[in-house]
Each structure stands twice: as C-alpha cells, then as structure tokens.
Design a protein around this ligand. Structure first.
Ligand code: NAP
Length: 290
C-alpha cells in the first residue's frame, strides 16, 4: 500500500513510517522540514505530484500551553491545514486519516468516552483539534479522525521518558494524581491503525488507545517499578502524588478524565488493544537496553 505520512518527524509519525515500511508498505514521509503546514499553497504543491492510496496526518501544533496564547497559529495548523489535506485527498479520490485527541472532551464524565459523546474542548489546543476533525469530515464523510491519548514511544521523549530520566538523577519525583487517561504506545498504534487503512473501511471518528486507565502518578510509578525490576540504578523509586491545581506551569485548562472506549475499534476490526502496562513495560525495557 502507498501511504503518505504528514508529520513524519514527530513522535507518532516517525514510528508509523518505520513500522509500516518494515511491514512492507511503500511509505512517503513528509516531515516538517520539507513542508510547513502554515502554507496552504505549499501543501497543494507538495501533494499534487504524489500518487498514494491513503494519507495519514500526524502533524499538529501539540504544545497545549503554547497553543493557549497562539490561537491563530493553532487554528492554521490544526484546522486550516487539515482542510487543505482533506481536500487534496478528495481531489485524488483517496482517504485522509487524521490523528486527533482525547482533549476534545471536557473530562466531566467518569466512564470511558464513546465516539458519540459530545465534545466540549476546554482550551485553544483542544478547540483547534476538534475544528480539525470537523473540517475533515465536512470535506468528506469517508475520511477518518482517530482520537488517541498520552502518546509515548521511542522516537521522541514524553512523560514516561522524563520521569525515568529524573529518577536516575533525583529522589524528588512527583506527578499529577487527579487526572486520568490511557497511555498509548506508538508501536501499538502502528499495528492497530494499519488494518484501518486497507481492509476495514471505518469512517468518521474512532477512539484508539491502549487498554485501561491511570493517573500520571500511577503511570510514572509503574514505569519506575519496571525499571527497578530490570535493575536500573535509580535514585528515585517513588512518585509522590500532586494535585493538578498545584502545577503553576500549566497555562491551559486540562480535562480531568479522558479515558476513551475502544469498543467501536474492536467491533469493526476484531482487534483488542493490549493493556497500557504491557506496552509501558516493553518501552522501558527497550529504553534501558538502548
Ligand atoms: N502526544 C500526545 O500525548 C498526544 C495525545 C493526544 C493526541 N495527540 C495527537 O497525536 C498526533 C501526533 O502527536 P505526537 O505525539 O507525534 O506529537 P509531535 O511529536 O509534537 O508531532 C507533531 C509533528 O507535527 C509537526 N508540525 C508542527 N507544526 C508544523 C507545521 N507548521 N508544519 C508541518 N509540521 C508541523 C512537528 O514538527 P517538528 O518535528 O518540527 O516538531 C512534529 O513533527 C497529533 O495530532 C496530536 O495532536 C498526541
């Protein structure tokens, strides 16, 4: 299959390119360095000569706090560029698969969100991502927006890597213990997204994460327990609980609970994502080996 991956220099994009190539797909990466999504003409110029079966957009302005004070830029990249990508796919009679976020929800629910739950974004990043989903599906109902959460993997550090790094340096570790979601491994996403591009025609909005739920504190503690079990020389072994309200560095308001049900994904594909703990353990093992 010929797949274009936009945002191929990011955490998820880089993993998709590598894993899908290894699985035998013909992948055309488009990194930020070769295409600025702020420039609609450049997007059209880059895509016009390309032949492909599906385009996957992993690019986004992802810094939630930066977006809060740079609303125009967030909308340009997370909404307007998505419209141009979606239109270019329609012109070529191809599907656009766009990566979105659990942050479209306000976090007031206490059971896993399903695709039909109403989205109420709390901040600019979340609003721009929800607008991106909407313009994607207004352009063509055959396109697909895949909402993921707490993405981690080998290609760019995330929370789990930061806590591991800190644990090697200090005993003083803490993380938010009153916010719940599901860590999601880029290598698992590469496997689980692949059938959605070909055999199974799923359209509209889809939730896709690893299974289970946790707080950041539980996530960090689990990663440290794995590292300790594997013999890592850690200075810090306990992650103390913090309240989200204690984090003065947060500019944007974050939703408290954004666990998402993957029942629709399983119903359409017959596949079940593995628990986040198995994925984190694999990531920690690979990180310590590197
Ligand atoms: N990370 C998470 O926990 C998380 C959670 C929920 C949803 N998501 C969604 O998952 C997707 C992938 O996220 P990720 O974790 O892989 O984030 P990431 O590592 O920040 O990747 C985003 C990519 O977009 C690129 N980009 C930013 N501005 C651009 C522009 N103007 N033109 C072209 N490319 C641009 C970045 O370029 P550079 O390489 O120059 O940085 C980066 O390669 C995003 O849609 C995000 O909203 C992520």
């Amino acid at each position: 299959m010929r797949i274009v991956v936009v945002g191929s220099s990011g955490r998820l994009g880089a993993a998709l390119v590598r894993e899908w190539r290894a699985a035998g797909d013909q992948v055309h990466p488009i990194p930020h360095a070769s295409l600025d999504l702020c420039d609609a003409h450049a997007i059209r110029d880059a895509l016009t000569p390309l032949s492909f079966d599906v385009l996957v957009n992993c690019a986004a302005l992802t810094n939630v706090d930066y977006c809060e004070t740079h609303g125009d830029e967030a909308m340009l990249i997370n909404r307007d560029a998505v419209r141009v990508l979606a239109e270019m796919c329609v012109r070529k009679h191809k599907r656009c698969v766009h990566i979105s976020t659990d942050y479209v929800f306000d976090g007031e629910k206490r059971t896993p969100y399903v695709e039909t739950d109403e989205a109420h974004p709390l901040g600019v990043y979340a609003a721009s991502k929800l607008s991106g989903e909407r313009v994607l599906l207004e352009t063509d109902r055959e396109h697909l927006a895949v909402r993921v959460s707490w993405v981690f993997g080998p290609d760019r550090p995330s929370f789990v890597d930061q806590i591991l790094k800190r644990a090697h340096e200090t005993e003083d570790l803490s993380a938010v213990a009153d916010k719940w979601a599901t860590p999601t491994y880029t290598l698992d996403l590469a496997k689980l997204l692949r059938p959605l591009l070909r055999e199974v025609k799923v359209k509209g909005v889809l939730h896709l994460t690893n299974a289970g739920e946790c707080t950041w504190q539980e996530y960090g503690q689990f990663a440290l327990d794995c590292a300790a079990k594997l013999g890592a020389p850690l200075k810090g072994r306990t992650v103390a609980p913090l309240k989200m309200s204690e984090l003065a560095a947060f500019v944007a308001k974050r939703p408290v609970y954004t666990v998402m049900s993957t029942a629709k994904f399983t119903a359409r594909t017959g596949l079940t994502p593995r628990p986040w703990q198995e994925a984190v353990e694999e990531h920690v093992r690979a990180t310590l080996r590197a």
